[in-house]
Design a protein around this ligand. Sequence first.
Ligand SMILES: Cc1cc2nc3c(=O)[nH]c(=O)nc-3n(C[C@H](O)[C@H](O)[C@H](O)COP(=O)(O)O)c2cc1C
Length: 396
Amino acid sequence: MSIDFFTRLPLHGETLHLPGDPRNRGDWQAASSEGGAVSDFAVGDDFTYIDYLGQIARAAEINGFGGVLMVNAPGGEEPWTVCSLLARETRRLKFVTAFQPFHFSPFAAAQMAATYQRASGNRLVWNIINGGSEVIQRQVGDFTDHDDRYRRASEFLDVVKGYWHNEQFHYQGTYYQADGGGLRGPQKKAELPLICTAGSSEAARELAARHADYYLMRAERPEDIRALIDDVRQRAIAHGNPGIRFGLSIDVITRPSDEEAFAEAKRYFDEGIAKGVVKALAAHAGLRSARKLSFEHEYGDKHAGVAFDDFFIHPNVWSGFGYIGLPPGIALVGSYANVVARIREYHAVGIDLFFLAGYPHLEESYRIGEHILPHFRQQRRPASRPAAASNPGVPA
Ligand SMILES: Cc1cc2nc3c(=O)[nH]c(=O)nc-3n(C[C@H](O)[C@H](O)[C@H](O)COP(=O)(O)O)c2cc1C
């Protein structure tokens, strides 16, 4: 089983959620009197927040990451725009852009992706998302309910694949129709972006099973991840997509020794508690419709006086970030050797694409690149479409 490593571009500010950190990397957080930006990042300045993201993207590829994850949230930069701006500042880095089917028509998405692929050397990856909060869906103008959004996504991908592989594509669905359109001329040279999906609802698993090259997960205990993989793989086999692969998003706090890494985790945790981030998170939690993850259920048992080390749910696997409100919620915390060992453990249960990131993203991409990634040189293979995929969603 191959392995590849991506990291993340922080599209909603570097240390926006990081308690007690005075560093200012751009206009997603107010300038602090304790530290500060080298630029005011005013519109029209020579440098913008996107320039900082460009630094992280360059650092990511210099350090051997294969790609970067970009989260799409209404309170953040728009990912497809960001990766269009950064594609020509990088050479090999893949960009995982998340979007919802209602953001674009299938033809617009296919045409935009074909242009991007030809310009960038096929470096676009799609993360097809469908909304984790009914409240936010309605705020941004989508009144389709949860399971229908996944049905619409499945049709969306049928139609995109149809346009991609046919010059004259016809389709009659519940959400989309097509009458003879398709990519033509040089647009046909482009490769269909790799397709990632996520979500652990029944509807989300079915979408992944039918269409995904990679099913992405937020980290939980290795046994929880194994169970989710088994379920989605079985469904994918039933849909004729047996080559589906699995990706895991997990943060990293790593230092030469466990003690040094634990001290850093403790600093975040104590400052988070002191700043009342837990209360803010509780207020925000009502927005989310997605399943509570296994470790989140345990937050209810924790009371006043919690300490950072109450949150180890497995050796070196720490859920304290989630408790103080930092997604994806789980971090690998430990010495370089122990973090490498835990990555091998998740790899053994079926993960072959890891999204590893730390704060600040720029500095930590160097640390992970220098101390963690070299241990996997022999097994590294670039993330790619599984050869055996039968492309079930390709109507002619
Ligand atoms: C690695 C990963 C990346 C994700 N990125 C985004 C994102 O950019 N924007 C978003 O709204 N949701 C994102 N999600 C959330 C899922 O797409 C999904 O909406 C959520 O898990 C709830 O799905 P469910 O209610 O069907 O279980 C991501 C999830 C994972 C595991």
